[in-house]
Design a protein around this ligand. Structure first.
Ligand code: LIP
Length: 258
């Protein structure tokens, strides 16, 4: 499995070359609505990764953001967001995660998240720790009061806006400050690397959080849905992620917002 892990990392790094080489004409289109955008590069990166990853593990299924699920009932499934932070990519904001998770019977076993603009490769294998560019990373032991709180706005679901910002305001009042990166995979990796203490988002797809959730857990963090239940990787979920010192406080704060 270690050799497979390195081969996945190599494939993700190569996918980063496609992202960095993008030209001005990104072929932007709307998916489910005005705020749900996709580019021709999302599709190109996903096609590249699906071919490479399934050549590494032909018996696996593939669940990617930009295409219909492919044999996701199989024992092994790749869960992939080819460009997490698509709107950042379109706007030239260098906060983009190429995210590849590998699940075994519904449990994450490997996670790789790469930001090609900062050349930061976040990786984890279950039971073997979490790394950034090969160096061990870990969450802080800070309480929320001494922490940075990341959040997402679930902008594809406007009905979640009021609740998202109500929780974000409570976090703003309870921590050092808040940040909205626009890429869930990197929100999770930043908490894993100790750059912040918690992250929540009211609704995400498995490809947004599959890899990052394992990286955060292997870095000593706790990741659940916003009720405190385990994450699901076969359907959408809310997300409540934090270092071990802050997770229950995050859940309590979320519950207090109704
Ligand atoms: C994005 C997530 C982000 C969320 C956005 C979007 P995409 O993923 O990473 O956290 O707030 O609504 O889902 O669509 O850029 O791959």
């Amino acid at each position: 499995m270690e050799q497979l892990h390195q081969s996945i990392i190599d494939a993700v790094r190569e996918a980063g070359v496609i992202v960095r080489s993008a030209d001005e004409d990104k072929g932007v289109k709307e998916k489910s609505g005005h705020q749900d955008l996709v580019t021709r590069y999302d599709g190109a990166v996903q096609r590249f990764l699906e071919e490479r990853l399934l050549s590494l593990l032909p018996e696996a299924g593939f669940l990617g953001e930009e295409d219909a699920p492919n044999h996701t009932e199989r024992e092994w499934v790749f869960i992939v967001d080819p460009i997490d932070g698509t709107t950042n990519f379109i706007k030239g904001i260098p906060i983009v995660g190429i995210s590849v998770g590998l699940a075994h019977n519904g449990q994450m076993e490997q996670g790789v998240v790469y930001n090609p603009y900062t050349d930061e490769m976040f990786t984890a294998r279950r039971g073997h720790g979490a790394f950034c560019n090969g160096k061990p990373i870990s969450v802080t032991s800070n309480p929320l009061a001494d922490g940075i709180s990341f959040f997402g706005t679930s902008l594809y679901y406007p009905e979640l806006g009021d609740r998202s910002f109500a929780i974000a305001k409570k976090l703003f009042e309870s921590s050092l400050d808040v940040r909205r990166l626009g890429a869930a995979s990197l929100d999770l990796c930043y908490v894993a690397a100790g750059r912040g203490e918690c992250y929540f988002e009211c609704s995400l797809f498995p490809w947004d959080y599959a890899a990052g959730s394992l990286i955060l857990e292997e870095a000593g963090g706790i990741v659940t849905d916003m009720t405190g239940a385990p994450l699901r990787y076969d359907r959408k979920c809310s997300l409540a992620a934090a270092n071990a010192a802050s997770h229950q406080q995050l859940l309590d704060l979320i519950a207090g917002c109704g």
